[in-house]
Design a protein around this ligand. Structure first.
Ligand code: PLP
Length: 438
């Protein structure tokens, strides 16, 4: 305990503050440092970072989260117009006039908030309209909405599984799936990322569990790669288990008309449970589960995160329903998104960056160390390029990365400018040998 306090104190001292990361604070807590001490240390470290302009978290947007936006940063005088490579608003629908108008109309008719849990009196016509649209879009019998994608995963997994069951997660599964599995009380098993043979062995070893739920992502949120869904489904079926696909990043993005990962692999109608979010390509906020009617109805009544939480606002459900209509009416958005993905992926590859194998709206640029990550993020910020930096423990040591996300609204000029700045920042940080043309 005393070593832990000394450790965090040393880390928080002025000279060493640059080295402090969230993981140090978590480690100190795990080794016995009390909450108030850790909070005090963290606050002074944060203050130090902010005084140097090095804390780029919690930037404030003064315009919609789109390809470009006005950004306010508390420690800087004035605002910056930045190219945003950090938005999950993949199709640019968050500020689409039809989506905004649907939200306004719903607010006028039903108010801003839903006032109750969905199981009691928090369901509105906008909720049912959205659930029907989601079910049709996913090719399933039924859908149920949640307040967020996070609470959808937590609620669904902990409703489907209990102490006699096993949840089998891909190693790169999102925190919401891990948290749902922990809450369920089921045994948790992990298989190597996208390794179907390993999944097969894990399923075989756990054949005696009452329910076995395998959970994967359509597009992985940190690596941008796609689950081998057709092969995974085959193995899951062979073992008579259930398959949950988190389509947070694949809804509106993958497959014909943006219908998702199942459509992409031609296995629509065969996935037991699709979980997703309304907050990325659908431009609103909230989550959903879609699947067979009896499974979804059970979840509707037993998912604690749905039952003990206020239903999504009617504004939000109306906006998401309008967003699905826009995706169907304006198919060019999905095509433009993929044009941008292919362009950015091939240019980054040509420049020699270490990136994902195939194009996707999420492109990890692996920089491999915390100092390089910090330097590049700051330089990009100064150049008015907003990009997420992903340090350990969000990703393993050595794979620290810039996480680029693309939208249909990025213009070629914006992407070319971002590439120019990336190349220069990489050179200045010692990552690239070739100096970019300034
Ligand atoms: C894979 C994945 N699942 C679930 C979520 C949670 O969705 P939401 O932001 O709507 O809570 C996210 C991202 O936030 C995600 O990346």
């Amino acid at each position: 305990m005393s070593t832990a306090i000394e450790f965090i104190k040393a880390k928080a001292s002025m000279e060493a503050t640059e080295e402090l990361s969230l993981v140090d604070v978590l480690r100190a807590r795990e080794s016995g440092v009390d909450f108030c001490t850790a909070a005090g240390m963290f606050a002074s470290a944060l203050e130090h970072f902010e005084s140097k302009g090095h804390n780029l978290y919690r930037r404030m947007l003064l315009e919609p989260s789109d390809a470009e936006a006005l950004v306010d940063y508390p420690r800087e005088a004035g605002e910056r117009r930045m190219i945003i490579l950090a938005s999950n608003n993949y199709l640019g629908l968050a500020s689409h006039p039809k989506v905004i108008e649907a939200a306004c109309q719903a607010a006028r008719m039903y108010g801003a908030g839903s006032g109750s849990s969905p199981l009691l009196v928090g369901t509105f016509p906008t909720t049912r309209k959205l659930e029907t649209k989601l079910a049709n879009f996913k090719g399933t019998e039924e859908a149920c909405v949640f307040a967020t994608g996070y609470s959808a995963n937590v609620g669904v997994i902990s409703a489907v599984c209990g102490k006699n069951d096993v949840v089998i997660l891909d190693r790169l599964s999102h925190a919401s799936m891990v948290d749902g599995a922990k809450l369920s009380g089921a045994q948790i098993k992990v298989f190597r990322h996208n390794d179907v043979e390993h999944l097969d062995r894990v399923l075989r070893r756990n054949r005696d569990a009452s329910t076995r739920l395998v959970a994967v992502e359509g597009i992985y949120s940190m690596d941008g790669d796609i689950a081998r869904l057709d092969e995974i489904l085959e193995v899951v079926r062979k073992h008579d288990a259930l398959l949950l696909v988190d389509e947070a990043h694949s809804t509106g993005v993958l497959g014909e008309g943006g219908r998702g990962a199942a459509a992409h692999f031609g296995v629509d109608g065969q996935i037991d449970l699709h979980v997703g979010t309304l907050s990325k390509a659908l431009g609103a906020c909230g989550g959903f589960v879609a699947g067979k009617s009896d499974l979804v109805t059970y979840i509707r009544y037993f998912a604690r995160s749905g039952m003990f939480s206020t239903a999504p606002s009617p504004m939000v459900t109306a906006a998401a329903a309008a967003a699905i209509e826009v995706i169907e009416e304006e198919p060019w958005r999905v095509e433009r998104l993929w044009d941008n993905c292919r362009f950015m992926h091939s240019e980054l590859k040509r420049m020699g960056f270490t990136i994902s194998e195939a194009p996707s709206p999420i492109i990890p640029v692996i920089v491999g160390s915390m100092p390089i990550l910090r330097q590049m993020t700051l330089e990009l910020h100064q150049a008015n390029i907003c990009v997420n930096s992903v340090p350990f423990p969000a990703v393993p040591h050595g794979s620290e990365r810039l996480r680029i996300s693309l939208t249909a609204n990025h213009t070629r000029e914006q992407l070319v400018e971002a590439l120019r700045c990336l190349e220069r920042a990489a050179y200045n940080a010692g990552l690239c040998r070739h100096k970019a043309v300034a």
